[in-house]
Design a protein around this ligand. Sequence first.
Ligand code: SF4
Length: 193
Amino acid sequence: MSRPLRKPNNPMPKEWTAQKYSQNYIADYKAFNFVDGEGVRCSLYVSGCMFLCPGCYNVAAQNFHFGQPYTQELEDQIIEDLSQDYVQGLTLLGGEPFLNTDVCLKLCRRIRKEFGHSKDIWSWTGYTWDELQQETYDKMRLLSLIDILVDGRFLEEEKDLTLQFRGSANQRIIDVPKSLAADKVVIWDKLVR
Ligand code: SF4
């Protein structure tokens, strides 16, 4: 008899908070890549995630102490990289961006201040859209600064490597401003598959 698949963790609303878990650590920063969303992007990988999805693409970054502290120097570098004309925007990944809201809010607010909406912001999260609507204020503030959200845990039983920008079929590519305005999930209109 085969063993049942282990599932990711499922938090209660507001159970996990950045205040409780985040160490403001960064697992990696990759400037000028083509894989973490549309166009040329700068990607910030924050450290720490509580979902612990089996088959996670970045197990090391589940640890909140993995990597290096976020610094003003790194933030200045990201802003300088984003200022290149050919860069479309920033991508937040992890780890869990919504459990590292101090770092992500500070950076996203500066991007909006310096670039307005001429640069877009994408974020991945293990939370579903519906879960985020019941979450803490800092998470909702971060959501309000994001253009595109890829939501939901990675589920091995729904793994599909042919999907655009996501690893399992339960995950969605969500247009955040349109979804907030409509008060329901609106899928990215450039979705191919
Ligand atoms: S939510 Fe993402 S980063 Fe967190 S364990 Fe799952 S796949 Fe890994």
